[in-house]
Design a protein around this ligand. Sequence first.
Ligand SMILES: Cc1cc2nc3c(=O)[nH]c(=O)nc-3n(C[C@H](O)[C@H](O)[C@H](O)COP(=O)(O)O)c2cc1C
Length: 203
Amino acid sequence: MLNQEAKLIETIKKRRSTRKLIKKEGFNQDLILEILKESMLVPSAFNMQSYRIVALFGEKSDKLWDLIENKLFEKLGIEKFEKTRQKEKIQGFRGGNGTLVFFEDMAVVDEKGNIAKSYKDTFPRWSDQGSGIIQYAVWLLLTAEGYSASLQHYHQLIEEDIKKEWSLPPQWRLISQMPFGLNNEEIGVREFISFEEMVRVEK
Ligand SMILES: Cc1cc2nc3c(=O)[nH]c(=O)nc-3n(C[C@H](O)[C@H](O)[C@H](O)COP(=O)(O)O)c2cc1C
């Protein structure tokens, strides 16, 4: 059962990108599935719901990060791989309880675009926006349950390998990876632009 007491504003304030994770003891994957179920309530243009999520828990999540690590090693070569501390970085993600992998189903984007023809060119952007909205909803719900997470983008490197490994449909486009677990780092202070730069109140 999800935390019904969590206040939205407190959860928004609490959420931060956490890149060094450790495992929560007594991890319950059903709770994460409940989060994903609630996240289905997010809005999307023309209600197209093009987002797709692959939930990788435990060893399956480890497998994903092994795959990413191997690809990075191949791409960067040993010197750059070590210099940029990729192993430590990836260990921070692998250390958590799982990774949620976000995709969008391009067949849905095409299909909706063919129905609402005058908006056809805008559907890919709307699909991206829908993906952003669901990722944030999931991130907030994870936060409300005491989990920490971050958003990672190793998509170009691993899209084909992931699809092959988990037999995913070819029309799915990889968007991001969200490793989650318990926070194991001190998170720095975030800088913000001024409120006036973001909002103009017209008089
Ligand atoms: C669309 C998007 C893409 C992001 N991509 C990455 C990423 O690839 N790797 C990463 O470590 N953080 C990524 N982030 C996290 C941002 O760097 C982070 O949200 C921002 O610096 C503010 O920090 P906070 O999340 O701790 O509030 C991404 C965030 C968003 C919204």
